[in-house]
Design a protein. Structure first.
Lengths: 328, 734
């Protein structure tokens, strides 16, 4: 890998400033994705700013309910935290369905949001990839597209976001807290955090260079009793989702008061099925209704040559996840 | 085999060393002043190298030298490899500007540290004159040409098929698969004047020594090749890989020891792979289920420069009694690395076709798949007409079916359920030839009551250290811990490469016979000593028990081996011996191991997920020497088969001829959570013909029927017949 300087930040604002000052600098915490990218020469920073010792690993209750999870809390600790397990079990399920125990032990929550796509063209320097090298083309779109997006892709990129945790966070209306290099702090709605590729797939999210995620807030909700994370993959563990679904409903005597549906493995970002959510409000929680919601969600899907199966798979997964969530 | 029975059996003699890190694998060896080589691989699949710019890389700290085809010294005597065709033109890295496959090594950067070498390698710029590659077997399947020697047609298969009451006429396909052993290919080479020492990941130290001797033009005696532990190979290390040649070349050029290790990503093109295959199979039967025709046509890919050929169709000639059989094997060229043997090469691919097709036939006939196999049971080898030296396949079917509960299977597809899961039962048959190759061994009995056993074989994981130690310990009457088995050194008595499931039979026979020679020698020396109780006692009347030698039935005559040696003033007694297959008696028989595999799957049909919940693997493979090792091998075969059936697939972008999932995240092999219950049964066979030990190979056998068994169970569960592996969720959701 390219030789790099290693610095340790004293405080979040300090870290943000250090990285902002050098366009080739990167934050490093768990390193479970960045170090791989550096070894393969896909990312070639010349400076790493170590944030792993900053005090950003707290998981705590928010005033008025909800929970705040620190950017540096480990995925494992977050998934197993009593507050998360009790109030947001779907988030626990989603985290634990990702990667492997060893990786979850190292990976941080902020890093989980920041991980890059696993599109095989992105990882192969011998192929074109607009995300890795803007302007070089998209290898996957007319190539191996079995794992690629069916929603929101552009001619420049068909990659999917690899995270499970983020699918649950998108469904749970989380908010990302960010420390900017200029000292300000700001909040980004989770559903606005990751972006679609459009003509600039090199940009995964709404952060500017040097912005540092400090924590993620999950507002109080009434979904804990009726939520489910379903992940479908080529093997039982340690595989990225072909399709995943975070589904939650709030029920009142069998009638849906609110619903949340987000999909993984289908788009450049966790894909919220807002239309289906609205459709479900006021309906009885029953399989036929869930099937209609699933069909509604897939109506706008645009498959590539090798991933048509994702439409039927996603449809069935949504219906299944909603049934499991509602226990019907 | 039951867990309780196994607990009493000896464990791996090298187990502690392996789990404590004391077992040293190739990339861990070092010499003083070691330099590190890192490969640069081609990004095109076909064409020529126009230029390689190394100036920027050469300026980097620590860089010692960069070798390319422009400056690498030519091989003294580049050798063809007869295993890869009459006109074999093996690929030698850096010896040509021609690019034969994507991922071909085009430069090696040698530096003081691994990190320096890797970074500098990233700065080497290669430009190409690119030609359009062809890597999809579907594009070239019609350009196939005959491979191997032609085999006779039995009877009149086409006419018989045309006239058959019930027919199956189907096509099966299997994608390229890679071995993906844990240990990467690696070499550490050190020149000491004229002498060359090479630590190399290999399944055959003798073969690597000979390869280096020939290609570099050095005396064999001046080369030592060492491979004490191998972290899995499965065929991938049966042939020297570019790292071997490049480390030796670089060490000679730089006058320093050099280590070359393939990275995981690079490894997919370091060596060959199970070739992609397309098989057309026709089976005809009468209404009672009696087979009257099998026509099995297979084509698989090879490279543009070599003719690799494996036998997919042989199983259709031998597995069932059938009067009319025609097989046809072809290979076809692609711009990929040459394929290579991968666990149960040919046979597992052929078995997927034959055993799936037979299952399809059983539904058409409405005959239970097990019954159909019994109706067509081959009492003698249908291909050669010879009797089997032993064949307890019928008993495998019986015991396997009973343990599995096959009688509970409902005949109709989609007829069994467990909650939301569709349940399916499937079965398949496996077979693997019981081969034997000449092997040498040395056995030394020492005054301290220990034995040293030596043979230049390897242990790629099946437990050869243990199995051979057990053979010696039983023959010599010594406790296992008193026996040391040394292997993986080309200076030891030569043994064949560890492939084809021949090692226990071949090396084991050599060791057993050699141990007996040493015993006889010891007795002969002792019986000549004055007043020896053994004077005039024939060898047959003597027994070796618990480290002592005694006349049978006269325990008071017991003397320890140490005592005998010291009374005769000897520090040790030793012998070297070569065992060769007996082509007299043995040649009158067909020799093979057999097995029956029973598989239960549960399919979550809605979302296309298959779980192999239960497998019973019944095996008849002669005498079982090492029960725990045998159990592990047969379990390993099931695990491998689950991978092959459900997930393994080397993905190639045919537009550029490039492998796109060259890593363990993208190339899926089973994880623990994919594996359900696996039970093994070993049906004993007494076989005095197959080899002196009576043991047959196990390593490949346990895999052969599994992919078909799983596909058959999936059909029984769902009514969906997947003829194109792997059976991933998309193929079931449709």
């Amino acid at each position: 890998m390219r030789p790099f300087a290693f610095k340790r930040a004293a405080a979040p604002a300090d870290a943000a400033k250090l990285v902002a000052a050098n366009k080739d600098a990167r934050f490093i915490a768990g390193g479970t994705n960045l170090v791989d990218l550096m070894k393969e020469g896909i990312d070639r920073p010349n400076e790493l700013v170590d944030i792993s010792r900053l005090s950003l690993s707290v998981v705590r209750s928010l005033a008025g309910g909800g929970v705040s999870i620190g950017a540096l809390a480990r995925n494992t600790d977050t998934a197993n935290h009593p507050l998360v397990k009790k109030d947001f079990p779907m988030l626990s399920q989603a985290i634990l369905s990702g990667a492997s125990p060893q990786i979850r032990n190292m990976a941080t929550n902020g890093g989980n949001l920041m991980q890059r796509t696993r599109c095989s063209y992105f990882y192969d320097l011998g192929t074109p990839c607009n995300k890795r090298q803007p302007g070089s083309g998209c290898g996957a779109k007319d190539g191996l597209s079995r794992y690629s997006a069916i929603f929101g892709w552009s001619d420049s990129c068909v990659a999917v976001h690899p995270s499970d945790m983020c699918v649950a966070l998108a469904a749970l209306d989380a908010v990302v807290n960010v420390q900017s290099p200029d000292g300000r702090e700001r909040k980004i709605k989770f559903t606005d955090f990751h972006r679609l590729p459009l003509n600039s797939p090199e940009k995964d999210n709404a952060l500017n260079h040097g912005d540092l995620i400090t924590s993620i807030d999950i507002p109080k909700n009434n979904f804990a009793a009726n939520s489910y994370y379903l992940k479908i993959r080529d093997r039982s563990s340690y595989a990225f989702a072909l399709v995943s679904v975070a589904a939650a409903v709030e029920l009142d005597k069998g009638v849906i008061k609110q619903a949340r549906i987000a999909l993984g493995g289908v788009a450049h970002k966790p894909w919220r099925a807002s239309e289906a959510e609205r459709f479900l409000v006021g309906k009885k929680a029953e399989p036929g209704v869930f099937q209609q919601a699933a069909e509604l969600t897939l109506r706008g899907a645009k498959p590539l040559s090798e991933n048509k199966y994702k439409i039927k798979l996603a449809e069935r997964a949504i219906a299944r996840a909603l049934r499991r969530a509602a226990n019907v | 085999m039951m867990q309780d029975d196994l607990k009493k059996q000896p464990s791996r003699v090298d187990g502690r060393a392996k789990v404590t890190g004391k077992a040293t694998y190739i990339a861990e060896f070092r010499f003083p002043e070691l330099a590190y080589g890192y490969l640069v691989q081609s990004t095109i699949a076909r064409g020529t190298i126009r230029d390689i710019e190394t100036a920027e890389a050469e300026k980097q700290p620590g860089v010692v030298k960069i070798l390319t085809h422009k400056n690498a010294a030519k091989l003294a005597n580049p050798q063809a490899d007869e295993d890869f065709g009459e006109k074999s033109r093996p690929f030698f890295a850096l010896m040509t500007d021609r690019v034969l496959f994507s991922g071909q090594p085009v430069a090696v950067v040698i530096a003081d540290t691994f990190e320096q070498a890797r970074y500098a390698a990233s700065l080497v710029k290669v430009s190409y004159n690119e030609e359009k590659p062809s890597t999809d077997i579907r594009d070239v399947m019609d350009k196939g040409f005959a491979s191997g020697r032609p085999r006779p047609v039995r009877g009149t298969p086409d006419e018989a098929f045309a006239a058959a009451d019930v027919k199956v006429d189907v096509e099966y396909s299997i994608p390229i698969e890679h071995h993906n052993a844990m240990e990467p290919h690696a070499t550490v080479a050190n020149w000491d004047g004229e002498r060359l020492t090479v630590y190399d990941k290999t399944q055959g130290v003798t073969g690597v020594r000979n390869y280096l001797a020939t290609n570099f033009g050095i005396d064999r005696e001046k080369i030592t090749v060492l491979s004490p532990f191998v972290g899995g190979a499965f065929g991938a290390a049966l042939r020297p890989t570019p790292n071997t040649l490049l480390a030796v070349l670089a060490a000679r050029e730089t006058k320093r020891p050099v280590k070359v290790v393939y990275s995981r990503r690079q490894l997919a093109t370091a060596h060959g792979y199970r070739p992609a295959s397309i098989q057309k199979i026709k089976i005809g039967a009468d209404k009672a289920g009696k087979l009257n025709s099998i026509i099995h046509e297979a084509v698989h890919n090879t490279s543009s420069h070599e003719d690799f050929s494996e036998d997919l169709v042989g199983i259709s000639r031998t597995l069932y009694a059938c009067p009319n059989v025609r097989t046809d094997a072809k290979i076809t060229r692609t711009d990929l690395q040459t394929p290579l043997w991968m666990r149960a090469p040919g046979t597992v691919s052929g078995a997927f076709a034959l055993e799936s097709a037979l299952d399809e036939l059983s539904y058409k006939l409405k005959i239970d798949p097990l019954e159909l196999r019994l109706i067509n049971y081959a009492e003698t080898d249908p291909d050669s007409g010879r009797p089997f030296s032993s064949k307890e396949l019928r008993e495998c079917y019986r015991q396997g079916a009973e343990k599995f509960g096959w009688k509970d299977r409902k005949p109709e597809p989609r007829s069994m359920r467990d909650g939301r899961f569709m349940v399916g039962y499937g079965l398949a048959t496996g077979t693997w030839g019981a081969f034997l190759a000449p092997s040498s061994a040395r056995v030394t009995l020492k005054a301290d009551g220990t034995a040293l056993v030596e043979s230049g074989t390897t242990d790629i994981g099946p437990g050869t250290y243990t199995t051979i130690s057990l053979i010696a310990s039983r023959q010599l009457g010594l406790p296992l811990e008193k026996v040391t088995f040394k292997l993986g050194d080309s200076n030891l008595p030569a043994a064949p490469s560890q492939g084809g499931s021949i090692t226990t039979a071949s090396v084991g026979s050599a060791v057993q016979e050699c141990a007996q020679i040493v015993q006889k020698e010891l007795l002969s020396v002792e019986s000549k000593r004055e007043a020896s109780p053994f004077s005039g006692v024939p060898f047959e009347n003597v027994e070796f028990v618990d480290g002592s030698v005694r006349i049978k039935g006269r325990p008071e005559t017991a003397m320890t081996i140490g005592e005998i040696l010291s009374r005769n003033g000897l520090p040790e007694v030793t012998a070297t011996h070569t065992t060769r297959p007996d082509f007299g008696e043995r040649a009158k028989y067909a020799t093979a191991s057999h097995g029956a595999q029973f598989v239960e799957v549960k399919v979550d049909e809605d979302i296309g997920i298959v779980r192999v919940t239960r497998v019973v693997q019944a095996t008849a493979a002669g005498r079982i020497i090492n029960p725990k090792g045998a159990h592990s091998q047969e379990m390993g075969g099931v695990v491998w088969g689950i991978g092959m059936a459900l997930m393994e697939h080397t993905e190639i972008d045919h537009r550029i001829g490039r492998i796109m999932n060259p890593n363990l995240a993208g190339y899926h092999v089973p994880v623990n959570a994919d594996i359900g219950a696996i039970e093994t049964i070993f049906v004993p066979e007494e076989d005095t013909i197959v080899n002196p030990l009576g043991a047959k190979g196990l390593g490949e056998l346990g895999l052969v029927g599994i992919p078909a068994g799983i596909a058959n169970a999936v059909y029984h569960a769902t009514g969906i017949r997947v003829r194109d592996l792997p059976i991933t969720p998309d193929k079931l959701v449709g």
